[in-house]
Design a protein around this ligand. Structure first.
Ligand code: F6P
Length: 321
């Protein structure tokens, strides 16, 4: 292997830059040439690549977002799109590709290797933390801390006005962010897709707490909850109980900001591990950190196997009322 490329795909995640930095520097130290791909797979199809040096990744480790930019690409889901992408890699004699992204990005990477022999390694980078094979994904810790800081602020005004607040967090179809930040923020209720949300039970508990003097409450809702988003939950609670509420949707605030120390460490380990996996001819695979150690799993596990929530956290989400 003489040359590799690196790209970021799907939703950006704080820590991606730290991962890019580790990938580039590990590869250069290993005697490889490194190309950066702008705008994910769409940039690969449009031949938007540039040769990277160590200096290109100076002073980026602390920055959120991704210097390579990211995008979602419908064209890459087509055989013709992947042919164009492979041509742009082959004409530079690039035979390895590091993909920072989620399960959707890894599916595309797997197709690229299967159809064109480009050796690919996936690095789990999404704030959702919904990828099997790594205890945490890059960006999750930062997103949780960002949401936590915001909810602590909401708690102040909820208490000041004796109000019920419903705060919606990201996570796509998973409740990892909601569960962790809900417990961390002391939310009175946490609504996630992985557990059944019962509006009548929630209303009963809210009313009981109110009668005991807890005149303000915070509900944390994962955007993928089966009962709907925060506005739908607010409407259902009011319809069922007459209780009014205010809604705060944290949205893309959770995707930005300087990565925490944990995310910088995770991203640095995984960026290094990705290049090591390519040099060890272990591609295609996804690298992860499990119980503190680097792991490698078949790429397909990322979308065929479902990561479970921490059972203790689920139990705590019910227990600390
Ligand atoms: O997958 C990361 C994520 O932030 C999800 O939590 C969220 O549902 C989605 O991306 C939002 O996508 P977009 O940035 O395209 O609006």
């Amino acid at each position: 292997m003489k040359a590799i490329a690196v790209l970021t795909s799907g939703g950006d995640a704080p820590g991606m830059n730290a991962g890019i930095r580790a990938t580039v520097r590990t590869a250069l130290t290993g005697g490889l040439s490194v190309f950066g791909v702008k705008r994910g797979y769409q940039g690969l199809i449009e031949d938007d690549l540039f040769s990277m040096t160590s200096t290109d990744v100076s002073n980026i480790l602390q920055r959120g977002g991704t210097i390579l930019h990211s995008a979602r690409s419908e064209e890459f889901k087509t055989v013709e799109g992947r042919i164009k992408a492979a041509e742009n890699l082959n004409k530079r004699n690039i035979d390895g590709l590091v993909v920072f992204g989620g399960d959707g990005s890894f599916r595309g990477a797997n197709d690229l290797q299967r159809e064109h022999g480009i050796r690919v390694v996936g690095v789990p980078a999404t704030i959702d933390n919904d990828i099997w094979g790594s205890d945490f994904t890059i960006g999750f810790d930062t997103a949780v801390n960002t949401a936590l800081e915001a909810i602590d602020k909401v708690r102040d005004t909820a208490a000041a006005h004796d109000r019920l607040f419903i705060v919606e967090v990201m996570g796509r179809h998973a409740g990892f962010i909601a569960l962790e930040v809900g417990i961390g923020a002391g939310a009175e209720e946490i609504l996630i897709p992985e557990t059944v949300t019962k509006i009548p039970d929630i209303c009963k508990k809210l009313q009981s707490r109110y009668e005991k003097g807890r005149t303000s409450s915070i509900l944390v809702v994962a955007e993928g909850d089966e009962e709907g988003n925060a506005y739908e939950i607010a409407r259902k609670i009011e319809t069922h109980s007459g209780m009014k509420s205010r809604v705060t949707v944290l949205g893309h605030v959770q995707r930005g900001g300087s990565p925490t120390a944990s995310d910088r460490m995770l991203a640095t380990k995984l960026g290094y591990a990705a290049v090591k996996a390519l040099l060890d001819d272990a591609a295609p695979c996804m690298v992860g950190v499990e119980n503190g150690s680097i792991s490698r799993h078949p790429l397909a596990d990322a979308w065929t196997r479902r990561k479970e929530l921490d059972k203790l956290l689920v139990q705590l989400s019910y227990g600390l009322e």
